[in-house]
Structure formats: C-alpha cells, structure tokens
Design a binder for this molecule. Structure first.
Ligand SMILES: [Cu+2]
Length: 483
C-alpha cells in the first residue's frame, strides 16, 4: 500500500519505527495512499444525514442514590445505575440517542473515541448546544469506528460524578476469539462523600490543593486529588463486581479508564493479558504482564484463565490504593487475599505496541506541523496551560481538510497528562509508520511524543488533557479547520 521508490515496505517501516522511538521530526513519505481500512475516509459533513440502519437509545442524566458496594452516595448518573447502561451497536449503524436532562444544571454528552460529525460531538459552545435542565437533545449519527469507547459530559467537572458509560461498537469483520466478554470501567470516586467535584476544583484553584502538598511537583503520577474510593463497574472493594467462567476459558476484557485524576496499573497476577486493541484500534497482539491506562484511554485484552479464581487489579498509580474485580472459575474458591503488589511491575506502554497494517495512516507530506506544550501556568496556584495559555486565551491550532498534520507534544511538567483529540484518531510516530492509532495519548512527566493525524473531519475540535481538573484549569485548546 505504501509505494515509495528506492525503499521496500520493510525498509520503510523499519525507518519509520526508528523515527517513532527517537521522536525525530523528519517528514516521511511522498504521497497519499489508501490505508486499507475504512477509518480514513472523509467523514460526512456536519449537515449530512445519517444513513445506516437505525438503532434508537434513550439516556437520562439524573440525580440518583447509588450503592457503591457498602457506601451509599447521592450523585449524578445516566439512568439509575453506575456506570450507565452500555450503548452497543455494530459499525455502520446509525445511533439516534435521545438525552433527557433531569439535572439541576445544563449538561452535554461527548462520544469519546467516535469520529462523528462535529455538530454531534457534544461540546457546548463549540460543537453542540448544551442541554438545559428539563430539556431533551437528540444525537443522531452513523457509527464509524468499531471498538471500546465511552461517553461522558463535556461540561465542567461533571465527568467526575457518575455520568459515564461504555459505548461498544462491534466489528462484523473482527468477531474476536474468546468465550466471554467483560467490560471493566475504572473510576476514582469522591462525589457524595462530603464533597463534590465542583468543590474539589474550587479548592484546587484557590489553594493549589493544600491537603496534597506536592501539587504539580511530585512527578510520581499520583494525580492532584485524594479519592476515598476506587471503583470497577461502580463497585468498591468491599463488594466487587465479578464474572464466572470455566477453567481454561478466554475472556475479552474491555478496559475503560473513566477516572478524572488517576492512572491505573492493571493486571491479573500470575497471568498475561494479550493486548489486542487500544482506543478501539487493533494492534499486533502482544502479551503483557500488566499495562498502564490513563484517563480516557481504552484497552482490549484477552485473558486465559487457569483452574483458580483470580482478581483483576487496578492499582491507582502513586496513590497506594486499588480497585479490583473477581474472575470466578467454576469449582474453585475465590482468592482469599488481594495483593495489588503482585501486579507485574513492568507495565507495557503504548510505545511498545504496533498497529495492524490495515489501520495505519497513509504516509503523506506533512502540511501542518505544530507544537503542543503542556505545562503548569504561573498565574495562580492551580493553572494548567497548552502553549502557555489557558483555554480562554488559547490560540487554536489550525489544519486543512484532506491534509495530514503533525503534533509535536511536549510535557514540560512533572505531572502526567493524557492528551485527547476529538473527532480523529492520530497515529503515534509518523503516518506510514507502525505506531498505534489512538485518540488519547499519555504524556508522562517530561515526556515528548510526535503524532500524525489525517484531517478528514471538518470542524473545530477540542484538544485537551483528560485529567478533568487540568482541563478545567486551562489545559484545553482546539484544532480548527481553516480550509
Ligand atoms: Cu493534565
């Protein structure tokens, strides 16, 4: 598919891999070619009418009382459950989702990971009107991207309440090879435990978070907020969620990190996870003793169990806390002790993953190359910036329809920042290379990375840190189509 005189495909990919690792910025490739998958096609214009087979869903954002497994909280959820009921359909189908807002304030829904038309993206004041209290909005779009995705509000720090749920898109050409499936939604929880996310943000902005003196300085990845609980599928460790399987069976684990401020280091002690997808896009299957998942990211893995029941453990990075779920194997007793220290300590990182050839971006000339510098601002105790500016003063990045663009991302801070681009998936390293396709990329302390995207979905798109508090404290900008 990539055709470049003087280099065969293997040589080209080898060179590209070198670029990925070193972060060198040389342009790669001389012309645009098809990628083979359907994921690089031009998205219908925002005014386009969806045409796929219709599936209808309703969603109510509401106040509710939720049992987190012994701890009862008053919070906000989709429906009366946590996480909300998953939305599931097949790639190419049309989702019509009627959202009713029964909250005391306005809200929105962002379909995280779906490259849908801009006016369905759920960002108030940028793409889609906010939904007023007591009113209804209908999202209506064709579903372009298979994989494990999710949805949440794009409004203030509402996502640190219970407003989240999986959005699973099946791929008819990739049924997978497993006996069971388990969707695992990870979350750090504080709402209704004597405070709210809005109060947490106020405290951070006013004081820099004095209960947590390392603000922005520690570099241990531990986040800015101390959470009383960590949850998997809405359950704390006192009454964890579980799945029951037979010995020797294979389980597809679809892992979503819905937390606002916590990276998790996940694994099943004594077992490998076979990583098959990240952010919905397939990678060359890779066995991992454990993996690191940051806020907004998703990983699909396959686990083969033995004869013994085992825990799935999500250790909160830098926080000395964890959440777990249980994989009960018929005929065996549950594990009598959960030891998060037994999770393999060498997590596989996304830079070690190779995308499947069918989903790589075509090599192309880079028409727009821009810097994205993530750092702590100096104008207050809790200010986060992109290219030196908070969102209210931001100078949006620009691109042009049909172009391939490159973002050179630098984390000039001690804190980790998962950077999320709406409406697109980028490829780590150069287009035409072998890096994973992603919509959310973790930049650890002082890390840098280079990603390429194909500008095939016109509009103005959010580019922001998926730490909910960093995003609200300024670490948000846009990628705008100017032609
Ligand atoms: Cu951040």
């Amino acid at each position: 598919m990539i055709n470049r005189p003087g280099l065969n495909r293997r040589q080209l990919l080898g060179a590209a891999l070198g670029l990925t690792v070193t972060g060198a910025l040389a342009a790669c490739g001389t012309r645009t070619v098809d990628a083979g998958g359907n994921s690089n096609a031009l998205v219908a214009a925002p005014s386009g009418t969806p045409t796929g087979p219709l599936k209808e869903f309703t969603l109510t954002a509401q106040q509710s009382r939720i049992d987190l497994g012994g701890t009862i909280v008053d919070t906000w959820t989709y429906g009366d459950q946590l996480p909300g009921k998953p939305i599931r359909l097949t790639r190419g189908e049309r989702a019509r989702i009627t959202v009713t807002n029964q909250l005391p304030t306005h809200t929105s829904v962002h379909w995280h990971g779906l490259a849908i038309p801009n006016d369905m993206d759920g960002v108030p004041d940028v793409t889609t009107p906010g939904i007023e209290p007591g009113s209804t909005f209908t999202y209506d779009f064709d579903v372009p991207d298979s994989g494990t995705h999710w949805f949440h509000p794009h409004h203030g720090v509402q996502l640190d309440r219970g407003l989240y749920a999986p959005f699973i898109v099946d791929d008819p050409e990739d049924p997978g090879d497993y006996d069971h499936e388990w969707v695992l939604v990870l979350d750090d929880w504080i709402d209704g435990t004597g405070t709210t996310p809005e109060q947490v943000l106020d405290n951070l902005v006013n004081s820099g978070g004095q209960d947590h003196g390392h603000m922005g300085m520690s570099g241990h990845g531990g986040g800015d907020v101390t959470y009383p609980l960590h949850l998997i599928n809405g359950r704390s460790n006192t009454d964890p969620d579980s799945i029951t399987v037979k010995g020797g069976q294979r389980i597809r684990l679809r892992i979503v990190n819905a937390a606002a401020d916590t990276l998790y280091h996940v694994g099943v002690p004594g077992h490998d996870l076979l990583i098959t997808h990240t952010d919905g896009y397939p990678v060359q299957p890779r066995a991992a003793g454990s993996l690191l998942i940051s806020m907004g990211e998703r990983y699909d893995t396959v686990l083969t169990v033995g004869d013994a029941s085992v825990p799935f453990i999500a250790a909160a990075v830098g926080k000395d806390q964890h959440a777990h779920g249980l994989i009960r194997v018929e005929g065996s007793s549950p594990p009598d002790r959960i030891n998060p220290g037994l999770v393999d300590q060498q997590p596989v990182g996304v830079e070690q993953l190779t995308s499947l050839e069918s989903v790589r971006l075509p090599a192309a000339e880079i028409a727009h190359e821009q810097r994205v510098v993530l750092e702590q601002g100096r104008t207050g105790p809790y200010v986060w910036t992109i290219n030196g500016k908070t969102y209210e003063n931001t100078v949006p990045l620009t691109t042009g329809l049909g172009d391939t663009g490159r973002l050179n991302i630098f984390n000039h801070s001690m804190m980790p920042h998962p950077l999320h681009l709406h409406g697109h998936t980028f490829q780590i390293g150069p287009a035409g290379g072998t890096g994973a396709r992603k919509d959310t990329l973790l930049l650890t302390s002082h890390a840098q990375a280079s990603v390429d995207y194909l500008a095939n979905n016109p509009g103005n798109w959010m580019l922001h840190c998926h730490n909910g508090y960093h995003a609200e404290a300024g670490m948000t900008t846009r990628l705008d189509y100017t032609a």
